[in-house]
Design a protein around this ligand. Structure first.
Ligand code: TRP
Length: 332
């Protein structure tokens, strides 16, 4: 397999839940064995919404802790804070010189933000795509693992890269492509009986990797259920199907079969199912909880990881930037 240069930014927005783990996160962990990976916490991008100084570091730190706890390995991937790589900002400036108002205004995520928050339409928000392009192009990344919602940004990254190459008759930047996991993505349902797990669906809908065992038990016992099957081998309604999906993720196949069989014979007691699911969920998340506590309590270790990541990222970024400055015409 071709070794790719992979780059992805992680938004520092709160704690990770099981859906995040089985989404991007587990794939990051796999990718770091096969490719040259740059993973960073996007703590410049987060300024668009004006976080307070306390929040800024705390949020970045927490997300870093949780990614590390879930298996990101600083000896395999380059893991850093975006704000530790100011080279990105210089490239952002260069890219902004050829990013046009019209195309930036047409970006869907920008239009959404304008609608949601008409009093904070700042230039950082408008140029979010050029900053993201700079994040990616500073490492000459070839693959970017992102969800559907980021594909337009990635398309713009290619536009900016191509435009730069054309303008300076150079081949400085490769055109990065989305890294799609396709069938490997496991969709994790939430606990409220509707769609996928997410924190925007309300407090009790998601199981977070650092939830306490008590919190997990409480959430699962409160999960939505119906009044039970009335006919043999009846199709499960969504909320019950969701509980079984979660059970498949954290329990043994025997356990799943046991409850499935009870369901099909109309003898299931949802209380029992939930108790089992809760205990298996607590066991499944135990290693995450432990590692989160361990890493979070070790500021020296965290600092050393950030420093190491910063060194590696900067070394690579400087090379790109030297080349960029040269083709632009700086001779200092
Ligand atoms: N925009 C991405 C998101 O909202 C985060 C991000 C910032 C990013 N810079 C990036 C992702 C570079 C991939 C590559 O999730």
């Amino acid at each position: 397999m071709k070794r790719e240069i992979v780059c992805s930014g992680i938004r520092p927005t709160g704690n990770l839940h099981l859906g995040n783990y089985f989404g991007a996160l587990r794939n990051f962990v796999k990718m770091q064995d096969e490719h040259d990976c740059y993973f960073f916490v996007a703590d410049y991008h987060s300024l668009t919404t004006h976080p307070t100084p306390d929040n800024l570091y705390g949020n970045a730190r927490q997300i870093l802790v949780e990614y590390l706890a879930a298996g990101l390995d600083p000896n395999k991937a380059t893991i850093y804070l975006q704000s530790d790589l100011p080279e990105t900002i210089e490239l952002y400036l260069f890219l902004n010189m050829n990013a046009y108002l019209g195309e930036l205004e047409r970006v869907t995520s920008f239009k959404d933000k304008v609608r949601q928050n008409p009093n904070n339409v700042n230039a950082g928000l408008l140029t979010y795509p050029t900053l993201m392009a700079a994040d990616i192009l500073i490492h000459k990344a070839t693959k970017v693992p992102v969800g559907k919602d980021q594909e337009q940004h990635l398309e713009m990254t290619r536009t900016f890269a191509q435009r730069f190459n054309n303008m300076y008759k150079s081949e400085v930047f490769p055109l990065p492509q989305a890294f799609n996991f396709g069938g490997e993505l496991v969709k994790i349902p939430g606990l409220n009986g509707t769609g996928k797990m997410g924190k925007s669906e309300g407090e009790g809908n998601a199981i977070f990797l650092n939830d306490s065992p008590e919190a997990i038990r409480k959430k699962i016992m409160r999960a939505k259920t119906d009044s039970g099957p009335t006919e043999m081998n009846q199709q499960k309604p969504m909320e019950i199907e969701n509980l079984f999906t979660l059970l498949k993720v954290v329990s043994s196949p025997d356990t799943v079969e046991y409850f499935d069989d009870l369901y099909n014979r109309c003898q299931i007691r949802y209380g029992d199912l939930k108790k089992q699911l809760a205990e298996d969920m607590v066991a499944f998340t135990e290693p995450f909880r432990q590692r989160i506590a361990e890493i979070s309590g070790n500021e020296d270790y965290l600092r050393s990881i950030m420093d190491h990541g910063k060194e590696k990222a900067r070394e690579n970024a400087r090379k790109t930037l030297n080349e960029v400055r040269h083709v632009i015409g700086y001779r200092n």
